[in-house]
Design a protein around this ligand. Sequence first.
Ligand code: 6PG
Length: 469
Amino acid sequence: MSSIQYDFGMVGLGTMGRNLLLNIADHGFAAIGFDLDPAKGKLLEEAASKDTTVKGVSTLAEMVAQLKTPRKVMMLVPAGNPVDIVIKDLLPLLQEGDIIIDGGNSHFTDTLRRITFLEDKKVHFMGMGVSGGESGARFGPSIMPGGDQGAWNYLKPILEAVSAKVNGDPCVAYMGKNAAGHYVKMVHNGIEYAIMQLISEVYDFFKRSMGLDNDELHEIFKKWNDGELQSFLVEITANIFPRKDDLGDGRLIDVILDKAGSKGTGKWTSQEAMDLPVPLPTVDLAVAMRDLSAYKDERVSAEDVYKPKVKAFTADKEKAIQVMHDALFLSTLICYAQGLAMLAKASAERKMDIPLKDVVRIWRGGCIIRSTLLETFTAAYKKQPQLTNILLDKKIASIVKKKQANLRRAVQLFAGARVPAGAMSSSLAYFDAYTSGRMPTNLIQAQRDFFGAHTYQRIDQSGSFHTEW
Ligand code: 6PG
């Protein structure tokens, strides 16, 4: 066995684990990784940069024995049972003060259970969200650690070194107590689902109603990415359209089956939002549309029954593109607003003390939902760290006011053309309801009292009332 003492250990050398470990090694830390599959250890060593210290091993004991104390062991294994199995196998090998980090997309309730389980074992445990996919892991992800503050202090220098940077500012910060790290990552993913759905709705209108081809779509999204819509998701969307199909003629996008996969984090966000409760309609819709996409055969049959005709858009194309630009910008802003409002509520309800100003700051770089909009949110939370909803910020309100007419126009265009725009419509509905001092829920209360004697409150007197309707 070599005499090198390693700074950081990784359990699971899949794409994410391998790339993050290589990133850690590139920053001068000696890195060791374990995977049951020896081929993955070999792949890790082969991919290591020159003059870095990287080793792959195929037993957990071998890895733990070569780590400096306190040992820092990160797991990047599939969420669920595999995480519990690794913890169980690690525990006899570790000693007091060592640190286990779960860097996968674990459900926050599993993280809470693991925190309780590990409390009396005297081993630090940290639930940590990592965003940015393969290239993020390799060259700078956004990192969302939460829970054990002691562990955070030990890990800070390594995580700050490997994270993405925005103007030199590392995209990692302590996200709060308990399962805050995984909670913030879950909401990040809910927003990710919503923005992807919004972009796909705009694509649908451009393609089926306006008849734009892939080159035109590429140009539009590329131009948008140079302006206020600049974001990772708009950027990759622009780059998808020109891609040729290696297995046939034409463009790849046109031969991809319209059934969306998912690993469940969007659904978790919606489920948790309903439990809090906090409204999250754009994410709900995004999850629903992925679900509906799976019913391919049934959709094809229904299309045969109703024979829908998408109405061709024939008016001023340049104007319509600008309308869609503003609508995408504002509906995206509104879905961030929903997600951040959820974090504000959950922070108190679930006793996490989530620093929202740091959440938006570390989402500016490295992660899938990074966008220039996050700069605007960072400025808003800097002024008011306890802001319950970014739509209440004066500067943001002035931006929203300028765009809202085009969001409304876009939803009309979608409906008129018979192109579904569930996410965009729900962003607008959320905005219209959130900014209505009076909602029609007085009628719901009357109905509840009518059929179930559920009682209601009045606007002019305090107390609880029931009427024999
Ligand atoms: C990230 C992503 C990532 C997520 C994948 C797949 O932040 O890097 O959120 O963690 O797991 O994007 O998600 P779905 O399979 O659910 O679309």
